[in-house]
Design a protein around this ligand. Structure first.
Ligand code: PLP
Length: 410
């Protein structure tokens, strides 16, 4: 598609024709999971109708075709992230799985041990918090947290202070690229540089960034970068761990089983090369192939045009919503993807339920960010989150529904 044509795009998402409680669906819950375009749905279906077979070990036609398609997908993902080598792309079941993989191997290898520091931010999803807490419990390391400002941005002064305070013991900085709760964008490129200068490895949680921004892992220089397929127009159950080759090569395997081995005997087992060393068992073959279709779909939209389209919508929504009596927006003005708000005196769940009755799908609650909610003294927010197919009529319907719903609840 050469110019950004949102109405043509909408016709590629069959689910958008759904009616909810007799109203046309307005889907604004893309940060939780995005809807799937026809090309992805067809890729999944074609896989099962034409290619279905287990990969890597088969000599027959279908096994070879499925293996080739799955490995081609790895190339597509690698190109999408501008990875230095295809071996740096490990298929996982999602962001959570990727982070648990990294936290486990950093623990097993002793890369993180007693007295060491792991640094996260107050904006992290539970997926980028709890695995590190678990690693601290197992290893004797300590978790430190970069605070957020009143505006909901990362506190860079505190970040620098924490880097200075923990020179020598800081082993990992794990940061979200974009906050799923507030849409806050983190200046990850400069933060990675500074963390490296302090001697730390860096993991970036790109779950909310890959759907909205072009990501170049070599330019970012992240040691690990992770994301989920289902938030980027692909199916659930497929995700990616990018890791620098030398680093992944030097770290031990995680799960044991088929495919991750070179030779098994009762005297000892040797392990496969990257990326298979980290892909024990039958992977989500259909998911990997459909993920490549989804990333190609995303690329065809034009990353700059897509970003501009979504930014315009989010600014329109922020501006219109903020004129509603008692409405508070969270996060800095240059937010991306998600817009979080509350209305004074109204519980987010009650308003969310009324919005659903009007056909508007948005998320309410803590968004798996309970420490962030506690920081702001709230139990949750209403969150509208945008994708390539949303348009100004979605924004209008959202704003009208919030106005109507809040006046009904007052
Ligand atoms: N990190 C962020 C920033 C997220 O938004 C999410 C999901 O909402 C996750 C991690 C977890 O992703 P998944 O459930 O796909 O593993």
């Amino acid at each position: 598609m050469s110019s950004y044509d949102v109405s043509a795009l909408r016709s590629q998402f069959p689910i958008l024709a759904t009616e909810v409680h007799g109203e046309p669906l307005v889907y604004l819950d893309n940060a939780a999971t995005s809807q799937k375009p026809r090309v992805v749905l067809e890729t999944s279906r074609n896989y099962y109708e034409q290619l279905n077979s287990n990969i890597h070990r088969g000599t027959h036609y279908l096994a070879q075709q499925a293996t080739a398609a799955c490995e081609k997908s790895r190339d597509v993902v690698g190109q999408h992230l501008n990875a230095g080598a295809r071996e740096e792309i490990v298929f996982t079941s999602g962001t959570t799985d990727s982070i648990n993989l990294v936290s486990s191997i950093l623990g097993y290898s002793g890369t993180i041990g007693p007295g060491d520091i792991i640094l996260i931010s107050n904006l992290e999803h539970h997926s980028n918090t709890v695995p590190w807490q678990m690693l601290c419990e197992r290893s004797g390391a300590t978790l430190e947290v970069i605070p957020v400002t009143e505006e909901g941005a990362i506190d860079l002064v505190a970040f620098h202070r924490l880097l200075d305070d923990h020179q020598g013991t800081l082993k990992l900085v794990a940061l979200t690229h974009i906050s799923n709760a507030f849409g806050t964008m983190l200046p990850v490129e400069s933060m990675i540089k500074e963390a490296h200068r302090a001697g730390s490895l860096v993991l970036i949680d790109g779950a909310q960034a890959v759907p909205h921004l072009p990501v170049d892992v070599q330019k970012l220089d992240a040691d690990f970068y992770v994301f989920s397929g289902h938030k980027v127009y692909a199916p659930t159950g497929i995700g990616v761990l990018y890791g620098k080759r030398a680093l992944l090569d030097s770290l031990p395997p995680w799960r044991g089983g088929g495919e991750m081995i070179q030779k098994v005997s009762y005297d000892g087992t040797t392990y496969n090369d990257l990326p298979y060393k980290y892909e024990a068992g039958t992977p989500n073959i259909e998911g990997a192939i459909a993920l490549a279709a989804a990333l190609e779909f995303l690329n065809d939209l034009g990353p700059e045009a897509l970003l501009e389209h979504e930014q315009v919508l989010i600014r329109q929504a922020a501006s219109a919503l903020s004129s509603i009596d008692g409405l508070m927006l969270y996060g800095p003005e240059d937010r991306s993807g998600a817009l979080s708000f509350n209305i004074e005196g109204i519980h987010h769940y009650d308003l969310g339920t009324l919005l659903d009755k009007m056909g508007i799908a948005i998320r309410t609650g803590h968004h798996c960010c309970q420490p962030l909610m506690s920081r702001f003294g709230i139990t949750g927010t209403l969150r509208a989150s945008f994708a390539c197919f949303n348009d100004t009529s979605d924004v209008q319907r959202l704003v009208e529904a919030v106005e109507k719903g809040s006046s009904m609840l007052r």
